[in-house]
Ligand binder design. Sequence first.
Ligand code: URP
Ligand code: ZN
Ligand code: ZN
Ligand code: ZN
Length: 540
Amino acid sequence: MTTFDLVIVNAIAVTACDVFPCSISVKDGKIAAIASQGFSQEELAGVEVIDAEGAYVMPGGIDAHVHLCQDLQTGPHGLGGRCADDFASGSMSAAAGGTTTMITFACQTRSEEDASLLSVVERYDARAKETGSYIDYAYHVIIVRCDEDVLERELPILSGPRWGISTCKLFMTYDSQRLGDSDLLTVMHAAAQHGITPLVHAENGDMISWLTDKLEAKGMLAPIYHAWSRPPIVQDEATNRAIAIAKLACTPFLFVHVGSSEAMAHIRRAQTQGWPVYAETCPQYLCLTYNDLKRFHSPTCFENSKMVCSPPPPPDESESERLYTGLANGTFTVFSSDHCPFRYDDRHGKPTGILEHEESKRGGDCVSKEASAVSLDQLVRTKTGAFRFIPNGIPGVETRLSLLFTNGVCAGRITLQRFVELTSTNVAKLYGLYPKKGSLMPGADADFVIWHPQETFSPFTLSNDMLHHNVDYTPYEGMRMLNWPRYTIVRGHVVWANGSLATGAPLGRYQKRGPNVLSSDWKKRGGGPAKQHPAPWLFE
Ligand code: URP
Ligand code: ZN
Ligand code: ZN
Ligand code: ZN
């Protein structure tokens, strides 16, 4: 008789389609069986049993937008340094929030040393191996140069059996990373040839630079003006343009971190016309607004830099409500965190000399928002820049699922099944991990998130002390949470249970990925590229 390694009884399974009572057994890290009734005493003898007490069991969360060990692109402030979480702290934080797989970024720079994307991937892989990860992980590559050798020789190697990397991120903004339209066409087209799905950061970099100069000329330097330098039109224009570019390059692709309803409307229109355009949104576009960029001490206090990310949170809650509609109606394919952690390290009132402080930060491993505040203090006095030097990004890998469960499911904005689709199943399908990940099927990896039974759970107020990231704040401090993952299970190993992380060696494994299966039939469909393509002669 088969002896299981783990059995979950008394559960309500939730998949992207169904909600049903069940028990689940696990053998060798895989789902062995899903039964409508419990298991016999004989079957359970000597087996680890988790009683879900009637709570929901879902496929483990997959967070496809996580920045770990990432070098800060050196801007004019020359700070350099890395973001605050490595694979150990980032994956612990993810596990404590119900996530069992994350996709992080291997980020190319424009320096000659990074001409080889393969060596960039090897560098980030060494960083992952240095600490290990407590959950499974994979990489997206960020491509910032348009080199023939990378596109023709390295992309097939990266998407091949050694690495299984089936996605690349491309930027339309950030001077150190952006690609012009011609390079976007070339890279997207090459990516598509090798089954790699491009992810696009769509903001118009020229509009941002122009507005930034205007704001600075008026002395508007506080963190809130970071948002003013990126009004929604910046996303709308770039989104519309990227859709046209991808049509010509003839590739399925995804918009990351969409935070504007106008941009969302462009995406919806293209989807309605049958184009394989996908979109991601993140908690900061649902739960934060411009008001949060003015919430500390005074509207101009630099502590508001804690909320600075790109694109910025939307101007007001009516915009967030429109984005919730996009989550419910299928415009958004996935919901990720864009966890990009920087410490604030408040030094208010501490007698640290500006230069000494800058030196100490420059030499350190991770850069803080406040380090830029100090250099900014200098810059403000010399009437150069301010908000433009704040490292962009906020932490959120641990709070992603609970925020959407609370404000999406409990608030009646999305169904339970849609929750699973957005946070796990679609992510696995789009990023080539399905059905090994993102499903509750016999043979799939035994990755689960088990919630608390809703009836017996006491809602609580979120505080950063509860979180496991290496960041000294959470943008969601003080928010009311209506449930939180009780167990997180990675390939049958319990990594988070009743408020505690498992001790022991990190067991996360690197995941080689296949192609996007959400649009695998696109080229065969009636209205496919040859018929709809803006330059059909390219196919002749
Ligand atoms: O502000 C953000 N989102 N920082 C992370 C980098 C990116 O563009 O995703
Ligand atoms: Zn981005
Ligand atoms: Zn202050
Ligand atoms: Zn990001």
